[in-house]
Design a protein around this ligand. Structure first.
Ligand SMILES: [Zn+2]
Length: 397
């Protein structure tokens, strides 16, 4: 089972326990600020308590920065302290599913003395992040979020971003395979909330929880991201070497992929995945991938495997990704920068484009072709409204 930070559904059922982090964890894992101009880089680690590799990576990279000149401000925060100490994902509420405005407002209006354990963690984390963001705004700093996670399934590491140009650029600079089309499947991750506030962010899935290489991968991703953000100078930060190691891990996996198929499961399906599948292994259409209700499950398309389900219960058996070509990426940059949203009105099924460009109304059941064009412009999140569907995009598109 995957515990990806943006996993649409499998994670909720995860009861994966692992050894607690020895020595306890404090909220603040490290701060580096030489008083120089530059961005605010927020690193969050261990939002899921059974994912301590991010905590180790944040500590390691912050200690490397000590005594070296840096620009901007770097703040590394541990997520679910109680769950990290217990070595479990959460204490009843997933700390990476609560970042929606209604849930946050409900929590902030609530008497703190009745907070459950995860709610108390969320309240404190939210307070620190907001204070940092306000100070950054006053100082004219851009804000970047690097949210570190790991998975219970084996397989290649990857990054997840909403399809927002600045987020894509950050993820490409890190160099792990970038998965689009996954973030919008779930409610309430920290990433979605902060990008919705106009900031830039990425989730980094460093590999398997128990694999010692996961902390190395997350450390390299942080080094590459800090160089990209301009926190560390070029040439002497180890970022180039980090980036080369990440390139070697990525191998011939496409640099950007779109998650286009999620295999649905229902209780009692008795789904069994064929053995041996790992992230980004190529899949041929028609290939047998598992058994469900006694029937062979065949791949509906050619693509790349993502998050095959091997442990416990899940709402998806596996995901399939398609590579995203450079031409599509270039065209999407162009149409978004030029603000050509109004041209979408000529597409079949499109009824209106919101004047602020933040949404497009379509007739229900838009064609795949129309959906392709909507995605090109960054509209990837559908919401039914009466007999039509409102498609929205994250952040600034
Ligand atoms: Zn996670």
């Amino acid at each position: 089972m995957s515990d990806t930070g943006v996993d649409p559904g499998q994670a909720a059922q995860s009861g994966t326990h692992r050894a607690p982090l020895a020595g306890g964890v404090k909220r603040e894992l490290g701060v580096k600020d030489d008083g120089q101009p530059g961005p605010l880089v927020l690193i969050t680690a261990g939002l899921h308590g059974n994912e301590p590799a991010g905590v180790g990576a944040a500590r390691r990279v912050l200690s490397e920065l000590a005594g070296r000149p840096t620009a901007g401000r770097v703040v590394a925060l541990a997520g679910n302290l109680g769950a990290l100490e217990r070595g479990e994902r959460h204490g009843g509420q997933d700390l990476n599913r609560l970042w929606t405005e209604p849930l946050l407002r409900e929590l902030l209006d609530q008497d703190p003395t009745v907070d459950g354990p995860d709610e108390a963690e969320l309240r404190e984390l939210h307070r620190i992040i907001q204070a940092e963001r306000e100070a950054a705004e006053a100082a004219g700093r851009n804000v970047l979020l690097l949210d570190l996670h790991s998975t219970s399934a084996a397989g290649g590491p990857f990054s997840v971003v909403p399809d927002v140009l600045d987020c894509r650029r950050l993820a490409r600079a890190i160099g792990l395979p970038v998965v689009l089309g996954l973030e919008q499947r779930i409610e309430g991750p920290l990433l979605t909330w902060i990008v919705g506030q106009g900031e830039v962010g990425v989730v980094i899935e460093g590999g398997q929880h128990v694999d010692p290489r996961t902390e190395d991968v997350l450390s390299d991703a942080l080094r590459a991201a800090l160089r990209y953000a301009g926190v560390t100078p070029s040439g002497e930060s180890g970022a180039e070497e980090a980036r080369a190691r990440i390139e070697a891990i990525r191998g011939d996996v496409p640099p950007v992929l779109d998650m286009v198929y999620a295999h649905p499961l229902e209780a009692g399906d008795g789904f069994v995945m064929e053995p041996g599948w790992t992230n980004f292994r190529p899949v041929r259409s028609g290939q047998a991938l598992g058994l469900q209700r006694g029937e062979v499950v065949q791949a509906p398309i050619d693509g790349y495997m993502l998050m095959p389900l091997y442990q416990g219960l899940g709402t998806e058996g596996f995901f399939l990704c398609e590579p995203v070509g450079g031409a599509w990426l270039g065209a999407s940059r162009l149409v978004r920068r030029l603000g050509l949203e109004f041209t979408l009105r000529i597409l079949p099924g499109v009824r209106a484009v919101r004047p602020d460009g933040d949404g497009v109304w379509c007739a229900a059941g838009a064609s795949r072709r129309t959906e392709w064009w909507l995605a090109l412009f960054g509209y990837r999140t559908p919401k039914a409204e009466g007999d039509q569907v409102l498609w929205t995009r994250r952040g600034n598109g």
